[in-house]
Design a protein around this ligand. Structure first.
Ligand code: F6P
Length: 319
């Protein structure tokens, strides 16, 4: 059994990271294992920003968004020299295993440290839900609910004015957040990086629906799919209907995590910590439907997750 492990959050924060840190610390404490929190991700690791965490230090955290450990980008850690230095700093603290909580890039960093000889387990956390091999990532549920809340509000005002409202949501390379919230929010059209779209067709459909009495139209645009401002201008020109654009931005990254994000973060972190302290590593803990599954960390970080084409089809049928 390991005696001394560390945990870090890296890349972009997502709601539920604190619930995961808390579960790592308390699971380890229940086994008598010491946990070091590394502040500010891989950058903090290279700057030797270590703090011992106890069950008490993670109190009053489960309900908070962001990450109590902070996060940062590090160009030095991208280099082989930086990675070797990070490995040596971990060793100098007597760290026998590391828990990495984050998205694709952060987990890739964990896979590299594993290759250098540091046992690593990964926990997927990103609002974009784009980590290969897992249905779910920590924070994605809270972010989707934030978008739904915005859609509900924007629909009220769109309907009052008979306007078309375009909502731009996060997702540079992944349309998961846009697609999920468009289906759950009853949006008429969606633009995502993974699928082709046709502005002429959208404009015709919207015009036809207004001609038979519809009072509004909602279009959800993933930031990596197109610029909502640009599409809004084109649709307005083609239909003659007033458009408005709402870019949701970083509001999607914050907020108190939903029940789903708290519970799933806790379960993933408990399983990952138990595996690590028992001497297992190179594993990404994810979900397959409602069950926690173990995936190869190396395999997961070098693959690109694809969107469920069934959901893309469904969004078109329901529009
Ligand atoms: O967390 C993912 C993401 O929100 C992207 O969708 C977005 O483009 C990016 O992070 C913005 O991150 P930042 O402004 O913090 O660099």
């Amino acid at each position: 059994m390991l005696q001394n492990i560390a945990v870090l959050t890296s890349g972009n924060d997502s709601p539920g990271m604190n619930a995961a840190i808390r579960a790592v610390v308390r699971t380890a404490a229940s086994k008598g294992v010491k946990v070091w929190g590394i502040h500010n991700g891989y950058k903090g690791l290279l700057n030797d920003e270590f703090e011992e965490l106890t069950s008490r230090s993670v109190g009053d955290m489960i309900q908070k968004g962001g990450t109590m450990l902070g996060t940062a980008r590090s160009n030095t850690f991208m280099t082989p020299e930086g990675q070797q230095k990070a490995f040596e700093i971990l060793k100098s603290h007597g760290i026998e295993g590391l828990v990495v909580i984050g998205g694709c890039g952060s987990l890739k960093g964990g896979a590299i440290l594993e290759e250098l000889g540091m046992p690593v387990v990964g926990i997927p956390a990103t609002i974009e839900n784009d980590v290969w091999g897992t249905d779910y990532t920590i924070g994605s549920d809270t972010a989707a609910n934030t978008v739904i809340d915005a859609i509900n509000k924007l629909r009220d005002t769109a309907s009052a004015h008979r306007r078309i409202i375009l909502i731009e949501v996060m997702g540079k390379t992944s349309g998961w957040l846009a697609l999920t919230s468009a289906i759950a929010g009853g949006a008429e059209h969606i633009i995502i990086p993974e699928a082709a779209y046709n502005v002429d067709y959208m404009a015709e459909e919207i015009k036809a629906s207004y001609d038979i009495g519809k009072r509004y139209s909602i279009i959800v645009v993933a930031e990596g799919g197109a610029s909502a401002v640009e599409i809004g201008k084109q649709i307005s020109e083609k239909t003659g209907i007033d458009t408005r654009v709402s870019v949701l931005g970083h509001i999607q990254r914050g907020g108190s995590p939903t029940v789903k994000d708290r519970i799933n973060a806790t379960l993933l972190a408990e399983r990952a910590t138990l595996a690590l302290v028992e001497g297992r590593s190179n594993i990404l803990f994810g979900y397959d439907r409602s069950t926690v599954v173990e995936l190869s960390l190396q395999e997961a970080v070098y693959c690109k997750k694809t969107l469920d084409t069934e959901l893309i089809r469904l969004s078109r049928v329901l529009a």
